[in-house]
Ligand binder design. Structure first.
Ligand code: NAP
Length: 293
């Protein structure tokens, strides 16, 4: 740990509610120390009625920036001066940069999703894909798929189908795409959609620690050897859903790379410095495996 702080040590905050399970303080403080940036990163549990006050504090106290997590990724937007093009289309911000009193909002989750999928671009581009979920991270997933992979068909499956419909209408308008279908998450009916998709992405919380025995589906026919199956969840590193897909021969990806990539992009926006990604990934995996025991 850094052994001394000075009057010019700067501060980056994380705001959300609840916040105590976040790995971002571990990742960002490790990167700040390793790169010798005189700055600390602290998590603040902000209740909804204090969101506006917390933004005023960023300006009054001169914080370098913020990470923003649930439930504020959308509601923070009205307090910001400018948004990146990505954040504006996605409709959610997870990173704020304070540039001499002007607040700029970014969505670096999209970068994490892109970096996770880019090695498989040839297999994914122009094919049928399925996204399970319709929350904030599903929005970043859909933006990234439409922007960089141009799927021939995009199927959104969600527990609340009406939310999937809202996403479909929103992205049809903003990104001029009309090959969407939406479905209610109901495994017996979803097999056909899943098995005909070259890429399946879980953007729900199903299977996340501590509920590690939960999975979106336990129907083996949903998967095949040609598929890529990506779960945004990073704890556990391989969810039950991914285990089942892997048993059927699919190529599986967990959320760890996305977690580190989005953090690295935020880190470079605040500090203009590259995060030591490989070193931090190793440290974080060790930390999570010890904590989960
Ligand atoms: P969110 O906005 O709260 O959305 C949650 C989604 O999960 C919704 O689609 C919701 O369906 C669905 N859901 C929740 N409980 C369910 C249940 N019991 N049965 C069926 N569906 C359920 O959350 P988010 O921010 O998008 O996060 C989603 C996941 O992505 C989380 O596991 C999070 O850890 C992960 N994530 C990972 C990274 C990373 O860096 N790897 C970054 C961001 C998020 P309804 O619409 O029906 O409520």
């Amino acid at each position: 740990m850094k052994d001394s702080f000075f009057s010019n040590t700067e501060l980056i905050g994380l705001i959300g509610h609840p916040i105590k399970h976040s790995y971002s303080p571990f990742i960002q403080n490790y990167a700040l120390q390793t790169k010798g940036v005189d700055c600390i990163y602290l998590a603040f549990d902000v209740v909804p009625e204090n969101l506006k006050n917390s933004i005023n504090s960023v300006l009054a106290l001169g914080l370098r920036g913020l990470n923003v997590t649930l439930p504020y990724k959308e509601s923070i937007i009205k307090f910001l001066d400018e948004l990146s093009e990505e954040a504006s289309i996605i409709g959610a911000v997870n990173t704020v940069v304070n540039d001499h009193g002007k607040l700029f909002g970014y969505n670096t989750d999209a970068n994490g999703i892109l970096e996770s999928l880019l090695p498989f671009k040839d297999k994914i581009a122009g094919t049928k894909v399925a996204v399970i979920g319709a929350g904030g991270s599903a929005r970043a997933v859909i933006y990234t798929l439409l922007r960089h992979f141009k799927p021939s068909e995009l199927n959104i499956i969600n527990r609340t189908q009406q939310k999937a419909d809202t996403l479909m209408n929103d992205f049809s308008r903003k990104m001029r795409y009309d090959s969407f279908h939406t479905y209610e998450l109901f495994p017996p009916d979803n097999v056909e959609v899943l098995k005909n998709s070259s890429l399946i992405i879980n953007a729900t919380t199903i299977g996340m620690f501590p509920d590690v025995e939960d999975a979106i589906t336990d129907i083996e026919e949903s998967f095949n050897e040609e598929q890529i199956v990506f779960d945004l969840i990073y704890n556990p590193t391989k969810t039950k859903f991914l285990q089942l897909a892997e048993e059927q021969g699919a190529k599986v990806l967990g959320g760890m790379k996305m977690l580190i990539s989005q953090a690295a992009k935020s880190f470079s926006l605040w500090t203009d410095t590259e995060m030591p990604v490989a070193e931090i990934t190793k440290k974080l995996e060790d930390y999570i495996s010890k904590k989960s025991k």
